[in-house]
Design a protein around this ligand. Structure first.
Ligand code: ZN
Length: 244
């Protein structure tokens, strides 16, 4: 699968459900380029880098992480650029960097609730050998927001309120009217699949106030602003009916 070009400066590698590989983004500046999310493994990163080189593009100088979940962060050790995460993401990366990767340790984490079945199943599919799993912390850590000038295009990283995880970061590219939201719109799988209506409302409000045409979520094809807002409002209504 090759990289898809969506605007003059934005490309992406589509997600792959087989081992829960998320969408990876690429933002091309005149001076620097930035990758959105590090993927779930070295193999995932290599696939992305191969597609980059085929298009004669530069390998990323920076890699921004949307949240700590394994599928978005376990490729960090294999990327070429400097990795960037918000403080809360980095704290969790630190915790995971100390995890043991044996069958026994993994099963134990499922019992304690540190990890979840869905992640465990897909990690076992993605990795033939557990010793290949390497979790590292980020090179650059920010609190709340970070603005990066890539040359001719700006990237704004922003830690937002989201029902998915406390550390959710959106990657906004104002000049291209594009936003990468990772999994920020979804439920919290690490908290009994809680879908918090108040946090979702806040997330919808934030998106509504952002000027963009195209929205990339972590595990599906890009959609436009009206589509994502409508979808999220529908989700919000469903939660509220379920909670009644
Ligand atoms: Zn996630």
């Amino acid at each position: 699968m090759a990289l898809t070009k969506v605007t003059e400066r934005i490309y992406y590698l589509i997600n792959n459900k087989e081992t829960d590989r998320p969408v990876l983004g690429y933002i091309k500046g005149d001076k620097y380029s930035l990758m959105v999310d590090a993927g779930n493994s070295k193999n995932h990163v290599e696939k992305f880098n191969d597609s980059i080189e085929k298009l004669n593009l530069k390998l990323p100088d920076y890699v921004a992480i949307t949240h700590w979940h394994w599928d978005h962060s376990y490729g960090m050790h294999a990327v070429t650029g400097k990795t960037i995460a918000c403080e809360i993401t980095n704290e969790q990366l630190k915790v995971m960097s100390e995890w043991q990767w044996t069958d026994e340790a993994m099963k134990k984490r499922l019992l304690t609730g540190e990890d979840i079945e869905f992640a465990d199943t897909n990690i076992r599919k993605e990795y033939k050998a557990f010793q290949d799993i390497k979790v590292i912390t980020a090179d650059i850590v920010f609190k709340n927001n970070l603005k990066i000038d890539l040359g001719g295009v700006t990237v704004i990283l922003k830690n937002v309120i989201s029902p998915h995880s406390e550390d959710s970061v959106i990657v906004y590219v104002p000049e291209e009217k594009v936003v990468f939201i990772g999994d920020a719109y979804g439920m919290d799988y690490y908290n009994n699949c809680k879908y918090d209506p108040v946090k979702l409302e806040s997330f919808i409000y934030m998106l509504n106030n952002l000027e963009f045409n195209l929205c990339f979520s972590g595990h599906s094809s890009p959609i436009n602003k009206t589509e994502i807002i409508e979808y999220l409002k529908l989700q919000h209504n469903k939660i509220c009916i379920d909670n009644d």
